[in-house]
Design a protein around this ligand. Structure first.
Ligand SMILES: [Zn+2]
Length: 124
């Protein structure tokens, strides 16, 4: 009796929110056939996924023609297409009006009262 345990890796793929239906250009074959997918590799035991190898997964630009995959982080042009290129709501930092620091009482002006008298040493 010989039982063979098969370990392996299986990658789940699903669409990435914001990139659904988005088709971009493949840098490998040049066709507009690449889409953004999130890959979740899992360690499999007897073909059963038991352990995720990545917590957040990877976002790749995958071409369905040539199978070329490229990390989404390397495709800023694709990231710019997210949300239909309407995500230009980035508000530039508002310039803070320059307020002078609050003026304290002028230093070295007048006396706060008579100077404390030193203890008079009496001799005798
Ligand atoms: Zn391709």
């Amino acid at each position: 009796m010989c039982i063979v345990f098969t370990c392996g890796e299986h990658t789940f793929r699903k669409q990435v929110e914001g990139y659904e239906g988005l088709v971009c250009r493949c840098y490998n074959c040049g066709n507009y056939a690449a889409s953004v997918v999130r890959s979740h590799p899992w360690f499999t035991f007897c073909f059963i996924p038991v352990l995720p190898l990545s917590i957040k997964g990877y976002e790749d630009v995958s071409c369905r023609i040539c199978g070329f995959e490229q990390p989404l982080s390397h495709r800023p042009d694709v990231q710019a297409m997210r949300g239909g290129a309407a995500a230009s709501g980035a508000v530039p930092g508002q310039a803070m009006p320059m307020h002078p620091p609050p003026m304290g009482p002028p230093q070295g002006w007048g006396y706060g009262g008579p100077p404390p008298k030193p203890d008079q040493m009496r001799y005798g």
